[in-house]
Write a protein that binds this ligand. Structure first.
Ligand code: ATP
Length: 385
């Protein structure tokens, strides 16, 4: 399958007597180059900023996100640094050097300090950041701006940020306001917990993400999702009896979603709003045939914003606004390990790894989903228009 190739030129901002445009080239969701263009103008622009003097400005570049950084697609060096310097906006640049860099950075933040953090990354980086923040009574504030340079970029696209240029443009033109970030926690039987902000899933979606990590699929291009999906529909046990928020059903696809989009063009939960503390259960019944299930899943590419999904016995689409339990009505004795696979914001886990020490035949089947009204020693916000 060929990936879309596109080249665009976007207005970035006006500073002083110059207008700035960014030309970029993309293959699929990955940027191959940026080029900053300056055009002299007679109208002198004034700038208004939303970063106050007592807020520390940081650019965090997760350099392995998306296609990874090269000389030609280094968004910070090519686009951000010249503008931040011209505006005399002093800032620190943090570039990741290892898989632990994001976590170490989050842990190093001073709870007394307020930060504006411009994050060049995809979703996993932001998930790692949230999950590593220091805990305690809230004091400082963190306001994030996601500059989408990852693969999926579910969060940024759900916030209306279709490119890093759009996000930086909104920021430079003072068009953003800090808004509270809705966060949720999945608490497992052994007490281990994961904070999530996009999706928690079991069944087909979790199986697909897990399968795509296998070497035989990982080495394929974007077609790996199609090939792996076909294998899962044909070979996996997709009959998961789950009780969630009081409803018991047998699901092939079970997802609890906070954002409308999971990719820029894929909107499986059109009624979700990334800025509202509300989860939606999107479930497709195991009674559907493989082709009907696939059609429902692919419908996410055609859904329109704020559209209600048609529901019936085979399609559940339900809003949830308070804590609830997810209970698996099957046990490891009579079910394959794949029925316990869980995806939290694109990262795959297995419920069987989160069991407390058990006696033979004993199984804890309960996951508590908590709405977080306060999390970490920071007030967490996102710059949004
Ligand atoms: N220098 C590095 N060395 C090793 N790992 C890195 C480095 N920099 C970043 N990473 C890791 O790479 C991953 C990048 O994930 P990120 O979500 O930002 O991009 P993505 O996976 O392409 O996008 P998405 O999650 O939106 O599909 C994170 O796990 C991050 O910790």
């Amino acid at each position: 399958m060929n990936e879309d190739v596109s080249e665009t030129r976007q207005f970035l901002t006006k500073v002083g007597d110059e207008e700035f445009y960014v030309r970029n080239h993309k293959v699929g969701s990955k940027y191959t180059f940026f080029d900053l263009q300056r055009i002299p103008t007679k109208v002198i622009a004034k700038k208004m900023f939303i970063v106050s003097n007592d807020t520390k400005l940081i650019v965090l570049d997760s350099v392995k996100s998306g296609a990874g950084r090269t000389e030609r697609n280094d968004f910070y060096k090519i686009v951000m640094k010249p503008l931040l310097d011209k505006l005399a906006l002093s800032h620190d640049l943090i570039k990741t050097t290892s898989h632990d860099s994001i976590s170490a950075f989050a842990k190093s933040l001073d709870p007394q300090q307020s930060y504006a953090i411009l994050v060049i990354s995809g979703d996993t980086t932001i998930s790692e950041f949230f999950n590593s923040l220091p805990q305690g009574p809230p004091r400082g504030q963190i306001c994030l701006l996601p500059l989408p340079m990852g693969t999926g970029n579910a969060w940024a696209s759900s916030l209306g940020l279709d490119s890093p240029v759009t996000a930086f443009h909104n920021f430079l033109d003072g068009r953003c306001k800090p808004k509270r970030i809705p966060l949720y926690k999945a608490i497992f039987p052994n007490g281990f917990s994961i904070v999530f902000f996009i999706i928690f899933s079991l069944g087909f979606h979790a199986n697909l993400l897990h399968a795509c990590e296998e070497p035989k699929y990982a080495k394929m291009g974007v077609e790996r999702f199609q090939v792996a999906a076909k294998d899962i529909l044909e070979k996996y046990d997709l009959d998961l009896s789950i009780t969630a928020a009081g409803i018991t059903k047998s699901y092939a696809y079970f997802a609890i979603i906070n954002t409308p989009n999971l990719e820029a063009a894929y909107k499986p939960s059109p009624l979700s709003n990334a800025l509202e503390q509300e989860l939606r259960l999107l479930g497709y019944s195991s009674a559907l045939t493989g082709s009907d299930l696939w059609e429902k899943i692919m419908q996410g590419y055609n859904n329109k914003a704020k559209q209600m999904l048609p529901t019936n016995d085979d399609v559940i689409y339900k809003s949830m606004k308070k804590d609830f339990e997810v209970i698996l009505n099957y046990s490891p004795e009579n079910s394959p390990r794949s029925k316990f696979e869980i995806c939290c914001d694109g990262i795959v886990h297995n419920l069987l790894d989160f069991e407390p020490p058990t006696k033979p035949g004993e199984f804890y089947n309960n996951i508590h989903i908590q709405f977080l009204h306060q999390y970490s020693c920071f007030t967490l916000q996102v710059y949004s228009t």
